[in-house]
Design a protein around this ligand. Structure first.
Ligand code: NCD
Length: 322
């Protein structure tokens, strides 16, 4: 039995396998529409979320499975004082797999060592968000056609933005990656990510507060929301909340093939006018997220479906010729 708590628990080969499965699901949805028949996913969301929870639910339904769960701590027994460990043991009796979001860093890990079914970390505090990273990798692979040799800019709240931490960890294992970290000084990447990921793996990176100055160099721009709910001080949030706004004018500075990603929800950091730009990939990213979650659920439930690799190869060749 296997869980997914940190993105680094998946090897690069496994990530590739998940992306290939997601591509096959997109091409042949009917082949997958009953593979989880009789299986149940529990979504235990102790922190508000719409998209991630709905994405997991849609993923399970599209695999022919069922879903149960709750969407806020107030409607769970946590409000009566139940521990995460106990909740995990109890829910293991009802479901075949659990997706858990929690405001406390490490809570899904605690659940995973107490559950008797696989647990997926659907976001733990300001720490990690591995399934968003699956979506991000699949999006970059589709938008740029590669996951190597690129300069990736992260902009906004790099301190509390858990999606940033997980994606930096995942991309650090590919070759030819450079990171440009764009944030206010107060919201710089936490030291543990810098030390354990960037320094340890000798990944080149630079830090700046100036988005426009670095825009022309980027192949990917990953915009993030300032994470209001993680601030201790409302005044500081108000001061920093509009630090960066990507506008159609600023997009003129960027490469013609740059991809703009955002885990959503968007607040103010990308103006709506950018949505029309073909480089705006954030709504396509939402769709890739669902297919990657489908692939992950299948993997953790040990459901294997043959992928026609000859066909995948033929598709790639056709694309190359075009
Ligand atoms: C992200 C999250 O929850 O960390 N959203 C998501 O999963 N779709 C990003 C965010 O909330 O800003």
């Amino acid at each position: 039995m296997r869980s997914l708590i940190d993105i680094l628990e998946l090897s690069v080969e496994e990530l590739e396998g998940l992306m290939n499965t997601a591509d096959d699901i997109m091409a042949h949805p009917a082949k997958y529409s009953e593979v989880c028949h009789g299986k149940k996913l529990a979504t235990l969301f102790f922190e508000p979320s719409t998209r991630t929870r709905l994405s997991f639910e849609a993923a399970m339904y599209e695999l022919g499975g069922n879903v149960l769960g709750f969407s806020e701590a107030a409607s769970s027994s946590a409000s009566k004082g139940e521990s995460v460990a106990d909740t995990a043991k109890v829910v293991s009796c009802y479901a075949d797999i659990i997706a858990m979001r929690h405001p406390k860093e490490g809570a899904p890990y605690v659940a995973s060592i107490n559950a008797s079914v696989p647990v997926i970390n659907a976001g733990d505090g300001g720490h990690n968000h591995p399934t968003q990273t699956l979506a991000d990798l699949e999006t970059i692979r589709h938008e740029l056609g590669r996951l190597n040799d690129m300069t990736v800019g992260f902009c906004g709240d790099l301190k509390f933005g858990r999606t940033v931490h997980s994606l930096i960890a995942a991309l650090s294992r590919y070759t030819g990656i450079k990171f440009v970290l764009i944030s206010p000084v107060e919201l710089r990447l936490p030291d543990y990510v810098r030390r354990d990921i960037l320094v340890t793996n000798r990944v080149p990176y630079m830090e700046t507060t100036d988005l426009e100055a670095v825009l022309p160099e980027l192949d990917v721009l990953y915009m993030t929301r300032i994470q209001k709910e993680r601030f201790f001080n409302e005044e500081e949030y108000l001061r920093l909340k509009d630090s960066y706004i990507l506008t159609a004018d600023k997009m003129k500075l960027a490469k013609e093939k740059m991809a703009v990603l955002h885990p959503l929800p968007r607040v103010n950091e990308i103006s709506v006018a950018v949505d029309k730009d073909p480089r705006a990939a954030y709504f396509r990213q939402v769709l890739y997220a669902k297919y990657m979650r489908m692939a992950l659920i299948m993997k953790l439930l040990n459901i294997a479906v043959e992928i026609d690799t000859a066909e995948a190869g033929a598709d790639a060749e056709a694309e190359e010729e075009a």
